[in-house]
Design a protein. Sequence first.
Lengths: 227, 227
Amino acid sequence: MTAVRAVGEPVDVRRSARRVPPATVSRLPLYLRALAAFAADGVSTTSSSTLAAAAGVGSAQLRKDLSFLGSHGTRGVGYDVANLSRHLTVALGLTSQRHVVIVGVGHLGHALANYSGLAGRNFSVVGLVDADPRVVGTTVAGLEVQPADRLGRVVAASGATIAVIATPAEVAQDVCDAAVAAGVTGVLNFAPCSLRVPPEVDLRVVDLGSELQILAFHDSRKADAGA
Amino acid sequence: MTAVRAVGEPVDVRRSARRVPPATVSRLPLYLRALAAFAADGVSTTSSSTLAAAAGVGSAQLRKDLSFLGSHGTRGVGYDVANLSRHLTVALGLTSQRHVVIVGVGHLGHALANYSGLAGRNFSVVGLVDADPRVVGTTVAGLEVQPADRLGRVVAASGATIAVIATPAEVAQDVCDAAVAAGVTGVLNFAPCSLRVPPEVDLRVVDLGSELQILAFHDSRKADAGA
DNA sequence: TAGATTGTTAATCGATTAACAATC
DNA sequence: TAGATTGTTAATCGATTAACAATC
């Protein structure tokens, strides 16, 4: 179905909030990280080709991606590192704190809770939850691990909007449902299973097994080619 | 540029080795996992819509994906679970063992070394390497952790083709270079930095920080819409 | 001004989706 | 045969890339 629109009537371009394609959104963190490295090295200006190389993409793609956020460079000169960082940070919504709850405090949950890249980036882990009575009550990354059945209360009390699921596959869907019911709007799933969430909830998946199998695919084709 | 081809001359269709698009390859593990769950439940036949639902994709996409691997279903009936599993396993190159070396045995490396999804799927972790002298010599997941400067020898001796990098960002590129020099053909990078590898080496990236920032992006747009 | 580099356009490419003929 | 479901085609959609006019 195509929306009817009178000729000359403007397309939906709300000021500074034009639609950013998903593929572009997924690369913005790479640019932000590369910019942070430049800033740490005392570099104050960069070009699309330099920044793109640092982020591992093409310069045309970088400029195209940035163009969705507006025009923040200077022709003939390049980009101001601090200024572009600021714009990317705003575009990604990283200006206000995001509260994160981690469900499942095994080795992986442990690693995530201690991940240093969070605090500095306006993410704060506000709750840890586990079903294992031997883990509940222990302190990890400065937080006391709560029993699994309190997940809903932990989310509600902390105002967490993001749940990270690092549980076994068997309980992942139940945990996810509970987190969503308690109000999270984003879920990051490390459990090796597919999860169903309502359309308004954003779901990202990290699956070690799949990644390795994809590597195996290419690996085997190389072996074939070499044979 | 379009290749000139005489009318009636066959397109490049080498028997059972046609080109599989990357997007399709990345979904094959999902299908394989869903099929394994069906088999565990005693289900012996399935349809594209049932399997697609279990994998979290559309049925048209599933059929399109499978069509790149050949024709393994029966019209009017569906797919035999065991048979399709076998074909997917072969297509992904999971019939021969892949040897994996994990570099960096912090919490994350620990979690990966103990990940149960590996052994059952023809992956075997054959080496652990770390730079921290307090970690070197300890036993993790049944393996003794080797010092970092032995990475090359560990790869060569074990015949590992895949390196998993779970080190701090600062040393990730050096570690990666060493692993590639020693002969790995696939790299899975968990370090929060971009890596450069030669074109013949396959690189996959898992970046927790990026995933959270992408969730934050959608989160903030919801907050705006609600405000 | 001359050189450099952005922001944008247009062309290409690949991925997704819907529809349906083939066929069990 | 009638109903069901695949495998494939064609249409749509989105992403990437190259080229270049705008402009510092």
